[in-house]
Design a protein around this ligand. Sequence first.
Ligand SMILES: Cc1cc2nc3c(=O)[nH]c(=O)nc-3n(C[C@H](O)[C@H](O)[C@H](O)COP(=O)(O)OP(=O)(O)OC[C@H]3O[C@@H](n4cnc5c(N)ncnc54)[C@H](O)[C@@H]3O)c2cc1C
Ligand code: SF4
Ligand code: SF4
Ligand code: SF4
Length: 396
Amino acid sequence: MIKIKNKEKCSGCTACVSICPKNCIIMQPDDEGFLYPKVNRDCCIQCGACERVCPILTPIKETPFEQKAFLVQHKDETVRLDSSAGGAFTAIATAILNRGGVVFGAAYDEDFQVYHTYVENIEDLKKFRNSKYVQSQIGNCFRKVREFLKQGQWVCFSGTPCQIEGLSKYIGINNEKLLLVDVVCHGVPSPLVWNKYLEHYDFKENKPDNIRFRDKYYGYKYSTMSVIRNGENVYHAGAQLDPMLRAFFADTCDRPSCYSCPFKKRYRVSDITIWDCFSVYDFDKNMDDDKGTTRVLCHSDKGKKFVEEMKEVALCKEVLADKLVAGVKEMYESVSENSKRSQFMNDAKTLSGDVLFDKYYPVTAKVKIKTMVRKTLLITGIYSMAKKCLNRVRGR
Ligand SMILES: Cc1cc2nc3c(=O)[nH]c(=O)nc-3n(C[C@H](O)[C@H](O)[C@H](O)COP(=O)(O)OP(=O)(O)OC[C@H]3O[C@@H](n4cnc5c(N)ncnc54)[C@H](O)[C@@H]3O)c2cc1C
Ligand code: SF4
Ligand code: SF4
Ligand code: SF4
């Protein structure tokens, strides 16, 4: 029976809840807003299925195999600009929908809470576009996936690597109609902190049309948190100014499991892994137009087949797999916990959004100057050149 003694050892994937034959596990939020499984001992029959399915308690061994690698840009510029990177996810999902399948991904509900759901038509894929840097609630999606597969439908499930390993263990690795797509994952911030952010900007009362973590208002290389109201981009602030992005990139509010993540590896159970390519100029200068490029790594023949199908709607340039993954730190290494994390999270439990963010991420004169410098560098084109040099130094 699942018992959470150490929070670092549970990513909240819901595989245990989904497999329990007696439905005696529920997911409950802790005081940081992260969901954990809780077992009702009265109905547990000690079958052990929850422990066997858990991708952390019973891990899948990493085994090297031949991979294919691509750089992808969606041919529809609106889709590409709407996506975090090059829109590869939309291209993959479109191929599944064209086969009459369903696609699962992370979307907002009407209160901007992040949750997993599924769509059955191409227009609705826009719900999933753009990364939401908050842990999504899976709900009963794993069981829904199994139902669709039983009906003989194609299913694409996209999510973080821990969600994908949990689902793959729950379903069984080799289901021929299930296409698993994971992202290279920095970590997922707390839904409690996200709600403090929504409160800080009064987005709970005064709801915008959309909030985009990875907007290309200033281009792909300098993305912003943007707020869209009445079709207008009314707020756009980068990672040095916006408090939610600052907390995310400083690793102040991630789920405890993200600081010792066992899913950070090159050889995965997914069919396809997708992530950013800021240094596209190192592969092909002609593709470097600052509108976004996705790195796509195929782990299976099924994944490769879908890249072939994607070519109808996306430019896919094959590159060497070793080169694609070289220097990608987030693929292999967990982020380090910020020394102020526990203080920040304790304050998040009691302080209002305004007080919390003003205490830890105030907009000081230094922050304002940094923002101004960055904007000037952007306008003059120096930012792009500086980022190229930095990426080269980091080997990415
Ligand atoms: C939490 C998170 C952390 C990431 N960290 C990195 C990183 O460190 N380095 C890097 O290069 N790339 C990272 N990425 C991936 C990157 O941001 C892009 O999602 C990726 O490049 C694909 O871009 P795209 O344009 O092809 O697709 P997009 O249209 O941007 O597709 C977004 C995809 O991400 C999924 N998604 C969005 N939010 C969530 C969520 N909260 N939980 C689960 N799935 C979600 C959607 O279901 C969809 O499949 C991260 C993504 C997420 C969600
Ligand atoms: S041991 Fe079996 S019955 Fe008990 S919680 Fe786990 S899966 Fe459910
Ligand atoms: S990691 Fe997933 S399967 Fe394991 S205990 Fe947590 S929610 Fe359950
Ligand atoms: S860092 Fe690891 S544990 Fe955290 S969300 Fe990503 S895959 Fe899951």
